[in-house]
Design a protein around this ligand. Sequence first.
Ligand code: ATP
Length: 439
Amino acid sequence: MSDYLFMLENHLSVAQNRVVAEVQAVATEGNVSLFLAGGAMRDMLGGFQVRDLDFAVEGNATRMAKTLAVRSGARIVSTDEARRAVELVFPGGVTAQIALARQEKYARAGAKPQVTPGTIQEDLRCRDFTVNAIALALNRAARGLLIDPMNGLADLNRHELRALQSTSLYDDPRRLLRLLRLKIRLGYTVEERTQSQYLAAREAQMERFVSRRALCEELKQIAEEPNPGEVVRVLQEEGLLALFSSALAAGKLNLAGLAKLERARRLLPPDAGYLDLNWAPFFLALTEKLSPKERAALLQATEMRKTEVSPWKNLPPRTKKLENTVKAARLKKPSQVYGVLSKAAGNEILYLLYQSTMRLVHDRIKNYLQKYLALAQEITDAEVQAAGATPGTPRFAKLKEEMIVARVDGRTKKPPPPPEPPPPLPGARRGRPPRSLTM
Ligand code: ATP
């Protein structure tokens, strides 16, 4: 196994490794060359947690995504026809993008690129920053080979963001926003010539050419950042927030609210598997001080779609309903609190923590997140099976629920820890088998 494959396997979660194996199997079957690229490679090599798996294929990405949807139960969340890229969410919450390896040509600054299929080398040369332009071959012939035409590895080691071309930020001015966001997230510096290019592009007001949809996509990506408040603050400082909303830029930015939301989010365990957690609470906190008219202007400036609007429109009434249930006096036992909150969506819990003023509500949510959830996770399927139920049957689900209730209410004890191994015999060596006595 190559060092990079070994590194990858160790760096990814169990669920992500499973997805890599499934995508590889489908690529092999379809005789398509597959690469892991972009942010996934940057994060693995830079020692960051891998958030999404970015695959590039020299072949039909859409067909592969459809096969994966059938085969692995992955859900296709969006398809970008122009870039021939598909976003997928796999069971267990692993997110992945499968994109055609392509060449992009810009007729003029800020124009829509002309996209044609390309090799992985050509694809990497069209990306934004060198640290995002590294790929790992996952196809049978070259499995484990690192492809790094722009020497991104050196920039990762230097902790520097370097644009691939002298016109990168002009060709696609959304990269101005991506540069600031990545700089904040990774804590990297911007390489000198890239910084000069940024200043020149700003002088030429290239940000005017960021499309409305690109602004919306960027806003959604900011919501997923570990520190969205800081990203928004820097956009404000750099004079870029007005692209989204002149009211936000003119002093209606709710930075204190965003900081409060970030504190609330830290209470949610990262492995709880909450989907669609961030977008709606982020948007509501960000725009809290805007009038309905100012909010409408923001929707127009970003061409926000119905599917992007309804999550935050529906969240306040859903959260109110949840608050009423959580504060109810009838919830006497921990298992009853567990029963209510385990059925709630992550964004409801997060937004409730953000805006409820009731101490009781906060205490119950914190107990759920910090104690009951962990206790419930201790009940494994193997334990339920050992108690006499067959997996997949209604009895199995019922018994598991009963066992969870008992554990959360403290009516059953944790299983005892495995017995300690016996102490080593006096004189025995550590780590090596004892030598044969006849030697
Ligand atoms: P994240 O961790 O936020 O997902 P990411 O770098 O993976 O970070 P994506 O928006 O998912 O961000 O993009 C995946 C990859 O696609 C990037 O790493 C980069 O190589 C490439 N890419 C994305 N947007 C652009 C762009 N505007 N211009 C050139 N390349 C881009």
